[in-house]
Design a protein around this ligand. Sequence first.
Ligand SMILES: [Zn+2]
Length: 272
Amino acid sequence: MSLKRWKSDEKLAERISRAIVSGSVSHAYIIEGDSCVDKEAFAKDFLKAVCCERMPGEGCDECASCRKIDHGNCEDLYVVRAEGTTTKSVKDDAISQLQENLQKKPAGQRNMAIICNADTMTKRAQNRILKTLEEPTPGTVIILLSENRENLLDTIKSRCIFYRLSGEENTDSEDLKDANRMVDALMEGENFFEIKNLLSKEVKSREDAFHMLDGLERIYRNLLLERDPRGKLFKKEEIFRAVDLIEEARRDLIANVNYNYALKNLMLKIGG
Ligand SMILES: [Zn+2]
């Protein structure tokens, strides 16, 4: 999915798009957000937008470059992760290996790196990456993902552009409102006739049905993370079961099962 999908950080995504289109891509970024925010996905969408020739600044999701980044087989993109059994950290060795990789000639326009959990880098690792940030190979883009940049050296922070992801769900979106009404009806134990009525009002096409499933899935995931106060009313197993059923309904839709049937079936199963 492209940068455009980040509705919760729409303004930031637009700002980034404009910067990319105007050719001002920096060589180092810190992208920060809470643990529940998928910062790696955002970073990948960011890099797709940088590399995509079809839709620069956005990412088309379809060209070879976008697909490679999505599928984790882009030869110019190096992803570094924290390691360790008890306390995970990004080790000096991993950064050293990264530096070697970044010296290679890229297959495309540039080398890129994502350092996940960069705020867990050991002091040695931080001092090492600092050298690369100080003298970057032209074109290289390095993205540091963090939950708390206070753990990073000031000298690193001062060399990176900083973005904070809010990750807040956009509760105004129509999809979510519709899906919320369904979840409320299910929770209030409305009879199936009422639920069927509600469905036929809100879902009038296959596309609506996909949106409804997206909305439902987000709501149930929020319930699981207890970002939604209604989460307390559910047992975790019930929520997992609902998420599985939603996935099953999505597979049915993709397999061209009638959307009305697929959704009614889903509601019956979740409610039952
Ligand atoms: Zn593309």
